[in-house]
Design a protein. Structure first.
Length: 695
């Protein structure tokens, strides 16, 4: 029920130490009769320093260790409220095992929720529990019922104080009956005492005089469902023209929307769409000298034509962009923009705000470097600038400007090279105005840095998935990402390739290699993306041996793509995205579980929906060259499948249906055809008829 309660920091007992301590200082401060201990809260990120994350419509499970001394029963509640509400709603917690308790509450609004836990010794439940034992042993006495009468009468007083007058009058009547019956009314006393109606009334009026309060409010950020389940497709707008050699426009991008929709993607991500610097512009294949007509890197942002709030004039106008955003929405697609906080040497910021950039002893501005790589066409911002807050405000306004144009999803370039305090402040401020805004962190860096960015507010994060190829390393890494505490603040977005990453595995150049990495990304991750059309058209040529850079990279030149090539992965991608949309199990990462296979080149895992009504088992051949076979072992008890009865495994990739019995079953996968099974598991209780079951 809703209660207008304040959550107060409890006074912590402080005991004076030392033999000479004055008597006046030896008494503990605070209320020493608070006997219940609350600890081990989940979800809780770094002791409540950062918010946990969930998505709209989720049922949030809060757990805590709740216990007291001795043998008294305890009671506990979770209190929660949306940040816009003043009143708290309470949900009773239930015991699980070993003093672990839980409660669940729904989140129906975007934004921030507050939640906490209160617990107390439940004298009523203690009395009732012991009375039932005494009744069973025929050892209940009149005084037992007099004790109960006192507890009930005290609850009646509390009900009166809380304006529940009906409870108050009725409870007084029950207390009087127990008191008047005395020793001659054992049967009546028993009937009154164990009445469900009496127990319900007592639960509504608990004795919280000495309740323990957690002492802090924890925060939960609730994002749109797309933060949990999304499929991203990236392409360069300047390469979208159907005319060879011509610079693409937003109108060309609009013409490609049906293709993206056919593939089944719901986020279309563009690299920076701003004017590109002319000073120190890079040429094709990252040449330090640009030839005439070279278009430069979109990440070298800014020129005399404008900066981060401007559009490259060859792409079109702001009105063209708004129309593209609206048209994409009609296909169920959201446009995501790249936000790269860096400036080309001719960006207006460089002339107007020199203090935002670091100068070298010779007076020149320090360009970006990652030795031995040099990026002379890019100036990084100095987050130790004397005008740091002025810079913060301007950078934040870049997000809000594009949010005003209808964009709510932002892929942020190299956020780990910008100050953590900036991101925590900026994302919090932006989401206060636009709670549906989502931020993807592109930080291929050290794990603790990646996790910190997620904690300070990033909605999703790129991962090390591109370089995880072996069975064991995939299973260990995905298990780490999808178990507490990481899963409560870090949402993985799995990409097999990006404009910067052409892995050694993809450089094999085979259709099977691309198919395997695609199937892994799209099934291991509820969020995943590909850089296309390079991916579906099997682009595999590196700049040089040992490099992960593409030869003729789109980062430095306009490319032409034949989307109708017969060897395209177009049909496979469309099919898998449809499977993802139709199976809720693939829309969550929290419930992933890996299973044994007696072949090291076969990876097997399962995913389930939160209500457990949708169960998917995936088996993938990690070898792009050879057929692999083996026996998988499934935990049928956990999957709620009776081990001695047959169940159906429906392969959603090929349409084949297998009738399996028991946990151990055989699989045989050929990378030359389809290197994986995506199996929807059904047993008799989940199908409508024998016809459907054996079909």
């Amino acid at each position: 029920m809703a209660k207008n309660r304040s959550v107060v920091e409890p006074e912590v007992p402080t005991i004076a130490t030392g033999a000479q301590a004055p008597a006046s200082l030896s008494r503990p401060q605070g209320e020493g009769r608070r006997r219940v201990i609350i600890e081990g809260i989940s979800p809780e990120v770094d002791g409540g320093r950062f918010a946990a994350k969930r998505t709209l419509g989720d049922l949030v499970r809060v757990e805590a260790d709740v216990f007291t001394d001795g043998h008294d029963s305890v009671a506990a509640v979770v209190l929660f409220r949306h940040e816009s509400a003043a009143d708290w709603t309470e949900i009773p917690m239930r015991a699980i095992v070993n003093d672990r308790w839980f409660a669940e509450f729904p989140v129906s609004e975007l934004g921030r929720y507050h939640y906490t836990v209160h617990a107390w010794v439940d004298h009523w439940e203690t009395w009732r529990r012991d009375l039932l034992k005494r009744i069973a042993a025929h050892s209940d006495t009149p005084v037992d019922y007099l004790i109960g009468a006192e507890l009930i009468r005290a609850a009646a007083e509390r009900a009166g104080d809380q304006s529940r007058t009906e409870d108050g009058r009725w409870l007084r009547e029950q207390a009087d009956l127990l008191s008047k019956n005395g020793g001659d009314g054992r049967d009546d006393n028993r009937s009154i005492s164990i009445s469900p109606a009496l127990n319900d009334a007592m639960l509504r009026n608990p004795d919280r005089q000495f309740a323990t309060e957690l002492g802090r409010e924890l925060i939960l950020v609730v994002d749109p469902v797309r933060a949990r389940f999304s499929s991203w497709y990236e392409f360069f707008p300047r390469s979208a023209s159907s005319q060879p050699g011509k610079h693409g426009t937003f109108a060309d991008c609009e013409a490609r929307l049906p293709y993206v929709a056919e593939l089944g993607f719901n986020v279309l991500y563009f690299p920076p769409i701003h004017p590109i610097g002319t000073k120190f512009r890079k040429g094709k294949n990252n040449s330090v000298t640009a030839a005439e007509g070279d278009v430069g890197s979109p990440w070298a942002i800014g020129s005399a034509e404008g900066g981060h709030k401007s559009i490259h004039p060859q792409l079109g106008t702001l009105e063209d962009f708004r129309r593209l955003v609206k048209k994409a929405g009609e296909y169920g697609i959201q446009i995501a923009l790249d936000i790269a906080f860096q400036a080309a040497p001719d960006h207006p910021y460089v002339q107007k705000h020199e203090a935002w950039f670091k100068k070298r002893p010779d007076g020149t501005i320090q360009y970006a470097e990652n030795p031995p790589k040099k990026y002379q066409d890019i100036y990084p911002f100095d987050f130790e600038s004397s005008d740091w807050f002025g810079m913060w405000e301007e950078l934040k306004s870049v997000f809000t400007y594009w949010a005003e144009q209808g964009v709510r999803i932002f892929r942020v370039d190299n956020p780990h090279t910008k100050a953590f305090p900036f991101w925590e402040w900026a994302i919090t401020e932006i989401k206060r105005e636009y709670p549906d805004a989502l931020f993807l962190s592109e930080a291929f860096t050290r794990p603790k840095v990646m996790y910190r960015l997620a904690k300070v507010g990033f909605s999703q994060s790129y991962t090390y998935f591109p370089w995880r190829n072996g069975k064991r390393e995939i299973a260990e890494y995905l298990t780490e990402l999808n178990k507490p505490p990481v899963v409560d603040f870090f949402r993985a977005n799995q990409w097999p390739n990006t404009p910067d990453i052409l892995t050694e595995f993809l450089q094999l150049g085979t259709r099977a290699a691309f198919t395997i990495r695609f199937l892994l990304a799209a099934t291991l991750g509820a969020n995943y993306g590909i850089y296309g059309p390079a991916f579906e058209l099997l682009e595999s040529r590196p700049l040089r041996p040992g490099s992960e850079e593409y030869l003729h990279s789109e980062k430095y030149q306009i490319r032409e793509w034949n989307l109708d090539r017969p060897d395209s992965l177009r049909e496979m991608i469309s099919l898998v995205n449809r499977i993802r949309n139709e199976n809720e199990a693939l829309q969550h990462d929290r419930y992933i579980q890996f299973h044994p296979v007696d072949n090291d080149m076969l990876l097997c895992f399962s995913k389930r929906s939160p209500d457990e009504n949708n169960l998917i088992v995936v088996v993938i051949n990690l070898d792009p060259h050879h057929k692999r076979s083996g026996f998988i072992d499934l935990p049928l008890d956990q999957m709620k499948i009776e081990g001695n009865k047959p169940y159906q495994a429906h392969d959603l990739l090929t349409g084949a249906r297998y009738l399996w019995t028991g946990p151990r079953n055989y699989v045989d996968l050929d990378p030359a055809s389809v290197p994986a099974h995506i199996l929807r598991i059904k047993h008799r209780s989940r199908v409508e008829s024998d016809f459907e079951y054996f079909l």
